[in-house]
Design a protein around this ligand. Structure first.
Ligand SMILES: Nc1nc2c(ncn2[C@@H]2O[C@H](COP(=O)(O)OP(=O)(O)OP(=O)(O)O)[C@@H](O)[C@H]2O)c(=O)[nH]1
Ligand SMILES: [Mg+2]
Length: 195
């Protein structure tokens, strides 16, 4: 539900990073924050526990240039991945324009990925969104770890429809901007269609 401010000539879009606990959502945002020009970003807000688990959300406003004289502002959010924060995840999904599902590539996290994806589907549906219709991309993170499952296997489990997907090592930034660019492109295409 992008918000267009005609007076200020601004388009505001909301992107949400979703995925199981510790899959690397906050790490994606931190990398984007570090690598973005100061005049293209706002303050990054993180509400975290003492152990740096996301407690409510992380937030980063980004400017991605202009389209037809309108400034495009992307508001990036991450949800808390831990199972018991479901109420927060529902809230954060309100008004979403695009979703990045961050999967943890580790064998031990296969079930957690699946649960989180099911939870995403349920929470989107509750708000009247269909995961197959909104701008949506998948990131297979932690590709650097020795226990990472083959991408083909992850794709079969988490992305059988073959939507845009990316391998990543968020800790060093690999794949981070590719993933973001892909979803923002889909969001802007949707906007142009008047969706
Ligand atoms: N090896 C490796 N570690 C990573 C990678 N990305 C993130 N991590 C580490 O994984 C841990 C969890 O990362 P976070 O970004 O806090 O995970 P999160 O998804 O935000 O977790 P919640 O906020 O609890 O949902 C941290 O120690 C990160 O440094 C990666 O690509 N490879
Ligand atoms: Mg987090």
């Amino acid at each position: 539900m992008s918000f267009i401010n005609y007076m200020a000539r601004e388009i505001n879009c909301k992107i949400v990073y979703y995925g199981p606990g510790l899959c690397g959502k906050t790490t994606n945002l931190q990398y984007i924050y570090e690598k973005t020009n100061p005049n293209a970003k706002g303050k990054m807000i993180s509400l975290a526990t003492e152990t740096e688990r996301t407690l409510f959300f992380d937030f980063l406003p980004l400017s991605l240039g202009e389209i037809r004289g309108f400034k495009t502002r992307f508001h990036l959010y991450t949800v808390p991945g831990q199972v018991f924060y479901d109420a927060s995840r529902k809230l954060i999904l309100k008004g979403v324009d695009g979703v990045i599902f961050v999967a943890d590539s580790q064998f031990e996290r296969l079930e957690a990925n699946q649960e989180s994806l099911d939870n995403l589907r349920t929470n989107l549906a509750e708000q009247g969104y269909d995961i197959d219709r909104i701008p949506y991309v998948v990131q297979y993170n932690k590709r650097d770890l020795p226990n990472a499952v083959d991408v083909d296997e992850l794709r079969g489990l988490l992305n059988p429809g073959g939507l845009p997907d990316f391998e990543a090592v968020a800790r060093v930034g690999t794949g981070v901007f590719e993933t973001l660019k892909s979803v923002s492109k889909l969001v802007l295409t949707e906007l142009k269609r008047g969706g």
